[in-house]
Design a protein. Sequence first.
Length: 630
Amino acid sequence: MGHPEAARRINVAVVGGGCAALTAAFELTHPKHQGRYAVTVYQMGWRLGGKGASGRGASGRIEEHGLHLWLGFYENAFRLMRGCYAELDRDPATCPIATWRDAFAPAPSVAVTERAPNGAWEPWVANFPPGRGEPGDPLDQTNPFSVKGYMLQAASLLYELLRSVHAPEVGDESRPRARAAAPHTLAVEVESALASKDLTGRRAWSQLYNERCAAWRFSLPGRDETLNLAEVRSLREDAHRETRAAAHTAVLERLRDESPLIAYILNTLYQDHRLETDLRRYPHPVAPTLLDDELPLATLDALMTAVESHYPVAQRYFSLKAKALGLDQLATHDVLAPYPDGEREVRFDEARDEVLAAFDALAPRARELARGFFDEGRIDAEPRPGKRDGAFCAGMVPGVAPRVLVNFHGRLRDVFTLAHELGHGVHFALAAEKQSLLNYWPTSPMAETASVFGEMLLTRRLLGAVQDRATRRQLLAARIEEALGTIHRQVAFTRYERNAHDERARAVLTTERLCALWSAETGRLYGDAVARGPLDVWGWAGIPHLLHYRFYCYSYAFGQLLVFALYERWQREGDAFVPRYLELLAGGGGDTPVALLKPLGIDLTDPDFWRGGLDVVTRMVDEFADATGD
């Protein structure tokens, strides 16, 4: 008997006989639909399958193209193939490929190769042990069809790959980062358990801190409205000293009141980190971060030693600023105080021309790549309702040109933001010319190289064109304060974090001890140039990076100081430096920072290299002193 609605059967034409087309035809003709669809497949030629086609020619030779390897978590594909073979119901006695198990053979060992520095091909051999069940098993609670389930399976494959790749020989920096991570990767069951545990472990503690801070509201004298944390912190740059002091005090009082909870969160997160680094057999707490950043500990130590020895120059600037503001001494709420001179307004076309001219002073190629953002409409600069705040450069992928978003309000700082983001854009554009998708993105310490260099180029151009003392002072102050905040302050944070982790390994850190550690490091940074009040000891509780990430702050100092050192090289070497610098940017993430910088003759473990970058800051402070008449 035919289908009762056979007269209303739906005719379906499937154009093409590729894998997706045949999957649709197979599903539409399934018995569960009771013949509701009349399907016709139209295909040029007789061989179906598209990219997955396979068959034998007239001479019996295999003629095929397409996939030879299916990953084990292609669950739906395997489920479909199992259904196909079940419907075929072939006789194993007469058919060599009767069941899906005859058609697919497990392959736990996978080999890939990479090109070694000497030009030879070097194999990677990875082994993936069998998972539970078989690919395409029926869906149930132990095998759920969910994002989490498939992410865990994908993560398991990655962990097994890392575990199976042998670690490199000591001193071999040419091997991929995965090799170095392999000795610290645990069994797949343990990795899966740790990943699941983090959802209610360190991630939950970090989220608690975020939600607690987001709920805070502040009432300040003379203001009817209440402010959130971001709004009250923005008042640190207010022109009125009383407003800055009130905002600063309000935040520190709240941090003091919330310090028992924040200290508990910090202790829990630091202990969690220690337990995991011990479990993974890392030699010290900073090791996981340095492995991700592909840097040796000697580089971090050299950087911090050089910066800490430069604290007196930071203190000199703070004393100069106090005098310029008419104060005997800065208080902590004055560190970000603005100067009385107002910013001049800049049109967007003027900003574009200044930035392009600054890039051209380095290399016409840099100007050409930056100009493409304007000519091709790859920059969104106009502020408008509904547009997100801030600025960023979207690197996209090789073959897709990067894009830039800024919010240009006509201020001088907006011109520097434009130079910063276009520096990122030039970096991505050069890397796309030589790198693949897998090594296109630079590592964290190298990510800000071209962006900060772009700001330095703009500073050089503007200072060369400006004669009046007030504008020069404003330009120099902006660059100096950004450098001190990005280099010196971040190194102080990192030293505090390293000390806190070392002490947490021995005992729980009380709020009093956390305050003492914080006071010691801020005291080293500010010296006698900045007066610190009794509430300033609670500043540690308001630095999210010290809770959310492990030893991330140093990368800001690394990036800024590396650029200053490279800028110093350019000033000294001139045009001979430029091709090597552009080649550095074209390297993307294709090698470690040590290897990428080697052609420039740079030794990141040498404190003298970092001091060369700090000399740039010293000269800017000297120029600031000249501009203020001191």
